[in-house]
Design a protein around this ligand. Sequence first.
Ligand code: GDP
Ligand code: MG
Length: 597
Amino acid sequence: TELKNIRNFSIVAHIDHGKSTLADRLIQLTGTVAERDMKQQMLDAMDIERERGITIKANSVRIEYPAKDGETYILNLIDTPGHVDFAYEVSRSMQAVEGSLLVVDATQGVEAQTLANVYQAIDADHEIVPVLNKIDLPAAEPERVKEQIEDVIGIDASEAVEISAKTGLGIPDVLEAIVNRLPAPKGDVTAPLKAMLVDSWYDPYLGVVVMIRVIDGTVKKGDQIKMMQTGATYKIDKLSVLKPQMVDIPSLGPGEIGVFTASIKQVRDTKVGDTITHDKKPCAAPLPGFKPSIPVVFCGLFPVDANDFEALRDAIEKLQLNDASFSSEMETSAALGFGFRCGFLGLLHLEVIRDRLEREYDLDLITTAPSVVYKVHMKDGSVEDLHNPADMPDLTYVDHIEEPRIKATILVPDEYLGDVLKLCQDRRGIQLDLTYAGPRAMVVYDLPLNEVVFDFYDRLKSVTKGYASFDYQFTEYREDNLVKMQILVNDEPVDALSMMVHRDRAEQRGRAMCEKLKELIPRHMFKIPIQAAIGGKVIARETLSALRKDVTAKCYGGDATRKKKLLEKQKAGKKKMRQFGKVEIPQEAFISALKMD
Ligand code: GDP
Ligand code: MG
């Protein structure tokens, strides 16, 4: 296909503003998929994504569109994930296309993820076509939203396309705008092959599938290619385009987007952002500026039933086949036995993976407190990455500790602004900016990531009745007065409850933890002290009083069946308990205790 007849684009939007519905309409209207094969949300492959309405893996579809000018165009849509945890996936797919449709729900207006995503598009030098969706709804205010787009984002919205992705209204205008307003890709067909690795995933039938965008040159089936970052070479077995199901194609030229398989063993062998070239006749220099997506949030995953350890190992390996950004390492905990220390791109990523492990693999899991990665600077000058508070080195060897900081952008209706500022302040935030866009405020905070990983998002939603939107970016590592807080139950440290906290917050958090645990741990036949400590020093303490009699005692030995029933109940409950020394702690206690209000 000639370059002038290609348009590559992505759709950027806040979650629920209609990105998937619009993609479906574009596919449907151009007859890319036969009517009878049309499923809702074609591009959201996994069930769990569909349920939660999020798209995790960037996907792509090639659409043929006969335009009003009489020419037929190839439109390549790359669908990008909309959520903060996957910001890196957004940025990489942005590099592979020349333009974006900015979809804004005309009843809602610009939200935090709209901003985060559109700035990525602007950074990638995209031409941007604003699209106002949901104009079928009576609450739609296209004029106000246009103004807002101009005020807040600073792009011309006078020619925004007004549509209803639901009814199909305005979709032909979107197709014309793509052809007329987005630029054609540039590239040199005579130059050596240069292609960008946009994405890769594991397909149970085909193995590792790699999505590429060709910049220069041509790639054909059977070619011997080389990944410039890893140095590995492969022979292309199968070359296809996604419509969105795979359709084989003999070659791909400049500006084109497609997928290939090449007997690659693991998704890990494919580095997103890597440059692909011909082994024998390579291009002069790789593409600039790509970073690997690295996990930023870690937690331990342990099977409730120790016999499930092997099943958990298998399940984790299976999920990793398809997700190179999810890392794991075996871990043993005195309290929880054998499990895995796992790394995630963010909290949502963590939740999605845990959910899949529990649902698809039928596992009961204990999740320990999520923790960020700290940089521990030792007195001897070395620096250690601390993934697990339980591994904190002895303080006498530690010089100082750095923690990751983020820049958070929050959009919130005026009336909740006070609560949001208080929440950010409570989480050690530093206000960077506060501006107004109509009746809504936009606040920018510098926050420790560690204060956000617990339940910041939940708290934000609850103090604003769901009206706030939030997005964040990692900024830097910075030193602060951080300490490891241990929890001791009946004088035994429970490593799964250890956490890094700011020294100034330690007492408050320690007290809250002890109070919560006192409610969560059932009473035993003896008195149980619950303590929070830093180093050897106890900073908070609660005591759980002793139970007088055992459960069956009140049956007076008379009713044998009732006694049996009670014991059975006790046994079932015990399965969900963990033994710590002489004390049993229910698994809910771990999760609940770590949620701070
Ligand atoms: P995404 O999260 O941006 O992919 O949003 P979806 O495409 O999943 O849409 C979110 C919700 O909005 C779904 O319930 C859609 O049915 C609904 N929706 C999408 N477009 C429209 C529209 O034009 N009008 C109306 N009324 N609802 C829409
Ligand atoms: Mg979607």
